[in-house]
Design a protein around this ligand. Structure first.
Ligand SMILES: [Zn+2]
Length: 427
C-alpha cells in the first residue's frame, strides 16, 4: 500500500469565532488581546487544546507558549506552539475553511443542498463551486470520526444501539454500509464490499475502538438488529456482554412471508393479531418474557387450527429461532424495540447516494465521504415543519452544539485541535 513510511501529522487546527473580520483584524496587532480572546472562547465552549499525550500543560495555553504570525493565502493567521510538548496549534478564524478557498457561507449552501438530497453536481450548479470541491469538502469533514465529534457535543457513548447494514452499489458491485444509530444520531457509518461477519466486525470494531480510546470502560448493554447472521455474530464478537435483541417491527413484516399460499386478507388479519400480541407484551410491567412465550405458543396453535397444521409448524419453527432475540427486547425496558430511527437514517443517506447513482469511483474515499454525510445528518437542524424543528439530531438526544449556527458548529467540532475538558469527578 506504500503508506507505512508516511508520517501523519496531527491536525491541531482550532476554529475560533471572532464574530466578524474587523474584530479579527484588530486583534491581530495585539498579541495579549488576541490570546485572551482565544482563551475566553475556549472557556465558553468548555473545550481544551489537544496537546501531545505526554504534555503536562493540561490542555491550556500559557504565557510561555510561542506565538507566531504567518501569512496563508493572503490571510494572516496565528500559530501557537506549546513549549513543553511542541504541539503547534493553528488558530483559524471562523470565516475561512482549512485548506480551502471556498468560504464557509458558500460551503453551507452546498452542504445543505447535498443534505437535502441533491446530487453533488446539482448542488454545485446552484452554488459557485465544482462538484469535486464539494466532494472533497465532505471527505475532509469525514476525516474526523463520528464518535470524536459526538463526544465533543457532550453526548454519552451509547449504551443501547441499533445496528444494521444499508445495501448500496459502487458501479455494479454490491457494497454494504454497516451503521450504528442511537436515537436520532448516527455513531458509525462504515463501508464494506463484503457482507461477511468478519467484514462487519472490522467495520463496527472501528467505532468501538474510538469509543474505547475515549472511555476505556465503555460497554454496550444492548444491541438491536434485524437478526441477519453476520450482523448478529459481529455484535456478539465485539460486545460479548450485551443483550442482543431482534427488531419487533421486522418480525411483524416477516410473518406474512411464513404464510405463503394463504389469502392476503387472512395474512393481514394474522399480522394484526401478531402486532396486538407484541404490543400487549411490551405494555406489561412484569413477566413480559413469560407472557410473550405463552402468547407465541397460543398464536402458533391458532394458526395451526385455522389455516392448517403445516403453517402452524412453520411459524412455530420461526418463533423458536427468533424468540431469544424478542425476549431480549422485552427483558430490559431500556432496549430499543424497533429499528425505525435506523431506517430513517438509512433512508436519508440513501437519498444522497441515489442522487449520485451510488459511488462512482471504486477507488474513491467512500468511508470518509459517508462519515462526512453522517456529520451533516447529526448536525443540520430539522426543517421547520418537522417534529423536532430547528434542532439537530445531537440536540434531540440531549447533546450540546457549540453555537446556534450549524455550519460554524461543524467547523468548530471538526477542528482537530480541540478536546473535551475532562468531566468533573463524581462524588
Ligand atoms: Zn503541550
Amino acid at each position: 500500500m506504500g503508506q507505512t513510511a508516511k508520517v501523519t501529522r496531527k491536525n491541531r487546527t482550532i476554529t475560533v469565532d471572532f464574530h466578524n473580520e474587523a474584530t479579527y483584524d484588530q486583534l491581530l496587532d495585539d498579541t495579549k488581546a488576541f490570546v485572551e480572546f482565544v482563551l475566553a472562547f475556549l472557556l465558553a465552549l468548555g473545550f481544551q487544546l489537544l496537546h501531545k499525550a505526554s504534555c503536562s500543560e493540561g490542555g491550556g495555553l500559557t504565557r510561555h507558549s510561542h506565538y507566531a504570525r504567518v501569512r496563508l493565502g493572503g490571510l494572516t493567521i496565528w500559530r501557537i506552539q506549546c513549549t513543553t510538548c511542541k504541539a503547534v496549534f493553528t488558530v483559524l478564524p471562523h470565516f475561512v475553511l482549512r485548506y480551502r478557498t471556498m468560504r464557509p457561507d458558500v460551503a453551507r449552501d452546498a452542504l445543505i443542498a447535498t443534505h437535502g438530497g441533491l446530487s453533488l453536481a446539482w448542488s454545485a450548479t446552484i452554488c459557485p463551486i465544482s462538484p469535486m470541491a464539494l466532494y472533497r469538502l465532505i471527505c475532509a469533514l469525514g476525516q474526523h470520526s463520528l464518535v470524536t465529534v459526538l463526544v465533543k457535543c457532550r453526548l454519552p457513548l451509547p449504551a443501547y444501539i441499533l445496528a444494521d447494514e444499508k445495501h448500496s452499489r459502487c458501479l455494479t458491485e454490491r457494497v454494504y454500509l454497516p451503521t450504528i444509530v442511537s436515537g436520532r444520531v448516527i455513531w458509525h457509518l462504515g463501508y464494506s464490499d463484503s457482507k461477511s461477519a468478519a467484514a462487519f466486525t472490522a467495520s463496527y470494531g472501528q467505532c468501538q475502538q474510538t469509543a474505547l480510546e475515549h472511555e476505556s470502560s465503555y460497554q454496550v448493554k444492548g444491541a438491536l438488529t434485524d437478526g441477519f447472521d453476520s450482523t448478529v455474530s459481529s455484535m456478539r464478537t465485539l460486545f460479548p456482554g450485551a443483550r442482543l435483541g431482534f427488531c419487533l417491527r421486522h418480525a411483524l413484516n416477516k410473518l406474512p412471508d411464513k404464510l405463503v399460499g394463504i389469502p392476503a386478507s387472512v395474512r393481514r388479519g394474522l399480522r394484526s393479531t401478531f402486532h396486538a400480541l407484541l404490543h400487549r407484551c411490551r405494555q406489561r410491567k412484569s413477566l413480559r418474557v413469560v407472557a410473550l412465550g405463552q402468547c407465541l405458543r397460543h398464536f402458533a396453535n391458532r394458526i395451526a387450527t385455522t389455516v392448517g397444521e403445516e403453517h402452524g409448524e412453520r411459524v412455530r419453527h420461526w418463533f423458536e429461532a427468533k424468540k431469544a432475540g424478542w425476549y431480549a427486547v422485552l427483558e430490559d425496558p431500556k432496549m430499543p424495540a424497533m429499528s425505525t430511527v435506523l431506517d430513517q437514517a438509512h433512508n436519508a443517506i440513501d437519498r444522497k447516494l441515489f442522487a449520485m447513482k451510488g459511488f462512482h469511483h471504486p477507488g474513491g474515499s467512500q468511508a470518509a465521504f459517508l462519515t462526512g454525510l453522517a456529520h451533516l445528518y447529526n448536525l443540520i437542524p430539522y426543517q421547520r415543519r418537522a417534529l423536532n424543528a430547528g434542532t439537530c439530531g445531537v440536540e434531540v438526544e440531549g447533546g450540546r452544539v457549540p453555537t446556534s449556527d450549524w455550519m460554524l458548529s461543524l467547523q468548530i467540532l471538526t477542528s482537530g485541535g480541540y478536546q473535551c475538558a475532562p468531566a468533573p469527578p463524581h462524588h
